[in-house]
Design a protein around this ligand. Structure first.
Ligand SMILES: C[S@@+](CC[C@H](N)C(=O)[O-])C[C@H]1O[C@@H](n2cnc3c(N)ncnc32)[C@H](O)[C@@H]1O
Length: 221
């Protein structure tokens, strides 16, 4: 009988990333092409207020604040791991007048006013959330985004051929034994989790180091 997948609780995710967080940036070898595509396609030069869920070490925050965002645009990073929060705070120190990193519990509403931002970003975060938590993520995104706002995401993606398919299957087996073995992440098809009312405005797939990643930018307008 097929076992129902289990997912990390937010407390387990926080504990995992408190422990392994400092190595997160070593994943850039397979993540960077997808993240670069998200940055290129997300039109951040026009953004006024960005919220990043699962901001990790603050690497993307630093890039957006130093290169893409207008000088008066604000950035808010949220994370459940206190270690990640502390690494990200160090990273955004040069922009303390307009960048904040806030520790969240992963269950409560995001600490943001309704319809107050125009980009919600999550790189390699939805692939560690349960389907129910992904639905809550979109409900919160719909609440905080202005009408012309978008959600911009990357995730691990399942591969259907070649060596990447074997790697993807092995990853899924490890995840089913204990999600902590894969940092809580598993390959997902991002677009399959889009709730009614959202539609894709940009999609791309990248293969790097034998691992497949997808990019999805979605809007409700
Ligand atoms: C795989 S890491 C990705 C970090 C970063 N976005 C990146 O691409 O390097 C996942 C991050 O999401 C955080 N996280 C997990 N569940 C979360 C939740 N429900 N809300 C906010 N952050 C969460 C983890 O603590 C971790 O920092």
């Amino acid at each position: 009988m097929r076992r129902r997948p289990t997912y990390l609780t937010t407390e387990q995710a926080a504990a995992v990333y408190d422990r392994i967080g400092r190595w997160q940036d070593t994943q850039a070898f397979y993540e960077s092409r997808a993240v670069e595509d998200l940055v290129r396609s997300g039109d951040f030069e026009q953004a006024r207020s960005v919220v990043e869920v699962g901001c990790g070490t603050g690497a993307l925050a630093e890039q957006l604040l130093s290169r893409q965002l207008p000088e008066d645009a604000t950035y808010l990073g949220l994370d459940v791991s206190s270690h990640m929060v502390s690494l990200a705070r160090d990273r955004v120190r040069p922009w303390t007048d307009r960048a904040r990193i806030v520790s969240v519990d992963g269950r409560s509403a995001w600490p943001i006013e309704d319809h107050s931002c125009d980009r919600v970003v999550a790189t390699y975060v939805l692939d560690l959330l349960s389907p129910e938590a992904i639905a809550t993520f979109y409900a919160e995104a719909a609440r905080v985004l202005r009408t012309d706002g978008v959600v911009a995401m990357t995730s691990l993606a399942p591969a259907d051929r070649g060596a990447a398919r074997l790697l993807s299957a092995a990853w899924m087996r490890l995840f089913s034994v204990d999600p902590r073995l894969t940092g809580g992440c598993r390959p997902i098809v991002l677009v399959d989790h889009l709730p009614a009312g959202w539609h894709p405005v940009h999609r791309a797939t990248f293969r790097a180091g034998g691992i497949l990643s997808s990019v999805l930018i979605a809007s409700r307008s």
